[in-house]
Design a protein around this ligand. Structure first.
Ligand code: GDP
Length: 139
């Protein structure tokens, strides 16, 4: 099924010059980048984005991290792209991520794990609309 998903190259990925590395892996996998921009989230914007994690022990820390510097947000398109991109990213905890995945190769801890990807059609819709307005979303 043709889907869209939201990708973020997190502040650690941007500051460590991994934008090109991530984009190369997406393009090599035949995933279409339908929209892309650099943003710098405020603490409040990061808290809104990770609202599902409100109350968890890492909520303050992850939202500090996500607002600590610029991120690159992208809309990705393709068949089954939500699952395919999550496979390219690897597991949340890089120590458990499969060999060859972005997180396994580049993450430095469970929080600073370089990339984000939506985990369902419903969350992808929310996350895309959180960062992109209708003029920026290509059909
Ligand atoms: P994801 O969908 O694989 O990104 O994972 P989650 O939605 O569960 O978590 C969101 C983000 O919060 C992760 O990508 C990490 O950056 C961070 N995170 C998740 N679990 C932990 C944790 O146990 N400790 C810390 N410090 N950060 C975490």
């Amino acid at each position: 099924m043709r889907e869209k998903t939201l990708s973020i190259i997190k502040p650690d990925g941007v500051s460590r010059n991994l934008i090109g590395e991530v984009v190369k892996r997406l393009e090599s996998a035949g995933i279409e980048i339908a929209a892309m921009k650099m943003i710098w989230m405020t603490k409040e914007q990061a808290k809104g984005f990770y609202k599902v994690h409100e109350g968890k022990p890492f909520y303050e820390s992850v939202t500090d991290f996500m607002s600590s510097g610029p991120s690159v947000v992208m809309i990705l398109k393709g068949d089954d792209v939500i699952k395919r991109y999550r496979k390219i990213m690897g597991a949340t905890n890089y120590e458990e991520a499969e060999e060859g995945t972005i997180r396994r190769e580049f993450a430095t801890d469970i929080e600073k794990n370089v990339v984000h990807g939506s985990d369902s059609v419903e969350n992808a819709k929310f996350e895309i609309n959180y960062f992109f307005n209708s003029l920026e979303i290509l059909k």
